[in-house]
Design a protein around this ligand. Structure first.
Ligand SMILES: [Zn+2]
Length: 618
């Protein structure tokens, strides 16, 4: 292979500088790399903890390295030993540093003999930031307890001691013991027909970064949706989920047609209880998904297109640090749009692009300059903060611009070659650009200048001539909204009978920040938005109604906030309530009841909204 630049080399010879760029991990990959993880865990529901051991296979890089440094957060370490090639063990000395609020506790293991493996015996705590434990009453079917992980971004360290950086990839195997009747699933190949005997074994033969390590266990039924796909969910949910996700095999085939074979084997979807803090998580082989997309009409299945797209952008070619996360999320949002277009038509794909582009246009100017960049200066950016609309929506807008300039055929061929070139590697923005320059920008001159491409990546705001798709439906909605707001059209005369989810989202997104209360009342009387089962519509509706001072929606809003723990659908309501003293007091009451059903990440986020509302008050 010809060296294109410092950055265009393979992962096995990645320069130290690339690894060292990840500030959210204590790992020292220039000294030693974890290449394989073997887990032996017991799920203890009464104590809400995982007990067991992690055995790490090591590849020593520096012959003089004195220690192995791992990331941990709130783990109770019982013992650490070395394991030699012939299986002999010997205890190792170690030091667990005091806890850093962001990073957790650095674990330094003295390793003078450079063992080929190290084994750590440990227990997690019930408050582990990457795990949520639900009692039977907090599940849909109320029969068995439930637990699941969410490792992205830096939460794997709260349930496994490891090098918790997206730059470091390892394979893993796991043996998990659970109560009988419970089914365990992991981010590996899962056997849909596995008996519920309390013993589960998993193998992930592809090297993955730690944030893709995942586990869930509970009362899970399985329903096949295709030759290589199935849905896992609680028994009362699984039928509905299998119906909503029945196009999964078509989605896989569509993505394969564009970007080459799906390399992971099976693609299953696990539907979690409503407290799951995200829409979906692209855990390899087993996407974790929120039940809030089960609306009955497939209008929100682009979530599956998104998580499936990560099988190429993110899981196959991975951002080497959290600062580069747009390589995962921006590229995936673009690919998601292509899958949606192929399956459900250009109209829907364009509506989704426009929704996100318009929302970004509105918000980006209010963000700090560094946060407006696709590849920001990593200093001062928290690992969870980097997952912002800029990474998703500015990133995908850049790719749609490239497609428009270079032509769809050329850009498809380019993107496919990019996925192949960097398959199973973690790369930086600079490596991505170093590949793009000769293989796209310079290969097809006159389409986009190098400085324009760099401006997209390193500049603030959105470039002036960024193309937007046309949507006649959205144009018509803009006209109707204006007529309604200027009193030339009453709410009941809005042509909204046939609006799909995205069209309602668009109508509500572009209402004034504080819509006059009589207008809110008129809309609700005509379209009965209060009490909607569609959480995307509900989130927007309640936020507007609370902002306009409509106390009649408060109890329905509280029901929405108690039922759903997904950050994106719940936080805007808390923020709206927190704007007034009455609202804040009410939101605190709601939270007191809802808290037990929330994920630790959601609890933290809500509490920080309350804290800043109170500081602003003083
Ligand atoms: Zn994503």
């Amino acid at each position: 292979m010809r060296l294109l630049s410092l950055f265009a080399i393979t992962a096995s010879t990645l320069p130290i500088a690339v690894y060292a760029a990840e500030p959210h991990s204590y790992a020292q990959p220039d000294q030693v790399l974890v290449t394989h993880l073997d887990l032996d865990l017991t799920i203890d529901f009464p104590q809400q903890q995982l007990d067991g051991q992690a055995t790490l296979k090591l590849n020593w890089k520096n012959p003089k390295a004195p220690s192995l440094v791992l990331d941990t957060r709130d783990l109770k370490i019982a013992s650490i030993e070395s394991v030699s090639a012939d299986g002999k063990t010997a205890p190792l000395k170690y030091a667990l540093a005091s806890r850093d609020k962001q990073l957790g506790s650095k674990l330094t293991i003295a390793t003078p003999t450079h063992p080929s493996q190290v084994r750590i015996v440990y227990t997690t705590v019930p408050e582990a930031s990457g795990l949520q434990w639900l009692t039977p009453s907090q599940t849909a079917d109320k029969k068995l307890p439930f637990m699941f992980s969410q490792s992205e971004s830096i939460h794997a360290r709260s349930w496994v001691p490891l090098q918790d950086s997206p730059a470091i990839r390892f394979t893993y195997t796991a043996h998990v013991t659970a109560p009988k009747d419970v089914r365990v699933a992991m981010s590996a190949i899962n056997d849909a027909h596995h008996p519920l005997d309390g013993k589960f074994d998993f193998d992930q033969p592809h090297p993955i970064p730690s944030y893709l390590l995942a586990i869930a266990a509970g009362d899970l039924a399985v329903k096949e949706t295709g030759p290589r796909s199935a849905v896992y969910a609680e028994p009362s949910v699984v039928g509905k989920a299998a119906h909503e996700f029945e196009d999964t095999e078509k989605m896989i085939a569509t993505a394969e047609g564009l970007y080459g074979p799906y390399r992971w084997g099976r693609y299953d979807i696990l539907v979690l209880p409503p407290s799951f803090p995200y829409g979906g998580m692209e855990n390899p082989n087993m996407t974790f998904a929120t039940p809030t997309v089960l609306v009955g009409d497939k209008s929100l299945v682009s979530l599956v297109s998104h998580e499936l797209a990560h099988s190429w952008s993110g899981n196959l070619v991975t951002a080497a640090s959290w600062r580069d996360i747009w390589l995962n999320e921006g590229v995936t949002t673009y690919v998601q749009g292509r899958i949606t277009e192929a399956l459900y038509g250009k109209g829907l794909a364009d509506e989704e692009s426009l929704l996100s582009a318009r929302a970004l246009e509105k918000d980006i100017g209010t963000m700090p300059a560094n946060a407006q960049k696709l590849a920001p200066d990593p200093r001062g950016v928290g690992a969870d903060d980097s997952l912002s609309a800029v990474a998703y929506d500015k990133g995908s807008w850049f790719l749609r611009t490239l497609e428009q300039r270079f032509g769809r055929d050329t850009f498809d061929t380019y993107l496919k070659s990019y996925f192949n070139h960097f398959a199973f590697q973690s790369i930086t923005t600079e490596q991505m650009l170093a590949y793009m320059k000769p293989n796209l920008i310079e290969k097809y001159p006159g389409k986009m200048s190098w400085s324009e491409a760099q401006d997209w990546v390193y500049g603030t705001g959105i470039p002036k001539d960024a193309p937007l798709p046309d949507s006649p439906h959205f144009d018509a909605i803009d006209k109707e909204r204006s007529a309604f707001l200027s009193d030339t059209l009453t709410a009941d005369k809005l042509d909204a009978k046939g609006w799909n989810t995205q069209e309602w989202m668009y109508f509500l997104d572009r209402l004034p920040d504080v819509t006059p209360l009589p207008k809110i009342k008129e809309l609700d009387a005509a379209w009965h938005l209060t009490g909607t089962p569609n959480a995307e519509i509900g989130m927007r509706w309640y936020t507007h109604a609370i902002d306009s001072g409509d106390k009649d929606v408060w109890s329905a809003a509280a029901e929405h906030m108690t039922r759903i723990g997904r950050l994106y659908l719940t936080l805007p309501l808390y923020k709206a309530f927190a704007k007034t003293p009455d609202g804040l007091a009410y939101a605190e009451q709601v939270y007191a009841k809802a808290k037990a059903g929330y994920h630790p990440l959601t609890q933290q986020a809500v509490e920080s909204i309350f804290a800043s509302a109170k500081t602003a008050d003083k």
